[in-house]
Design a protein around this ligand. Sequence first.
Ligand code: ACO
Length: 309
Amino acid sequence: MGTSVPDHILTNKDLETLLDTSDEWISTRTGIKQRRVYPRGKDRPAWELGSQAARKALEKAKLTPDLIDGVICATFTPDYFFPSTACKIADSVGIRDAFAFDISAACAGFVYGLAIAHAMIGNGRYRRILLVGAEVISKTLNWQDRSTAILFGDGAGAVIVDAAPDNSQGLLSSWLSSDGALGDILQFPAWGDNRRMTMKGSEVFKHAVRMMSEATVRVVREAGYTLEDVDLLIPHQANMRILNSIADNLSFPTRKVISNLVNYGNTSSASIPLALEHAWETGRIVPGALVAFTSLGGGLAVGSALVRF
Ligand code: ACO
């Protein structure tokens, strides 16, 4: 795995100078203290961040680009409808003769990508897939809207999904679902003047807790385990109160819930790989660890996965 974030740190204190808000309000309502963003007017494309993360992943895995059979990128901040961000990443990293496509599942994109990569490898046609979540959200935000501007950060994370030697390891179960009837509570139009993300915060909160909890229970049960067997839960890093409410709902110990949103905010499809790398580098993932991932994004799209490391 590999990650990349912009150098620039935007703190809650900095936001106090831009918006009618306070460090205290943001910290207590979200758990976020700072986020990485490109300074205004100096943004870079999401594929560039994604490529940086991908190069690091390849380096750590000691793999050369020719060994990658395909690239999947989850993003809601592509620079183009086409070429896809995945095609741009493949080209930048030097991956040739490989499929490349983007998926649109907002903050659930990484888990959707994991399930897709697993299925493509599982049917025997492909061996190694580069999965990237890459977002430059800062350039899409309305910096006058305090309800959304405080939540998000930019970042990218990449993993290489490889065929496991046997079925006891790797992705044990996954579950993807959606509820399009709730599409209007979190949306970002593709066309029109003054396009901006809009969000009904408390509605999103409520459904995020419910749907991510249900999805977690489902993947754990379908793999033949109970929540007590799960060593770590790595949820989409939306908001500390959402994470705590999921733990509460599941009677799952909060010490086993990975969170790094205090430093990065919500980075959408990049949030799980960023949290995964944080867990890995802090020694929280040991060989044999059973790790559940759960995510929810605009759509609403929901996805969970259970992985044996
Ligand atoms: N600073 C100060 N005050 C604020 C701010 C802010 N940044 N934003 C809103 N307020 C005010 C509101 O105007 C309101 O004031 P009022 O009582 O005078 O009307 C008050 O604070 C309470 O507003 P609510 O919207 O009810 O606050 P809430 O407790 O619901 O918290 C929040 C808002 C943090 C957005 C919460 O609803 C939330 O986390 N929702 C989930 C949203 C989310 O995570 N979205 C990310 C995308 S989806 C995903 O990743 C799953």
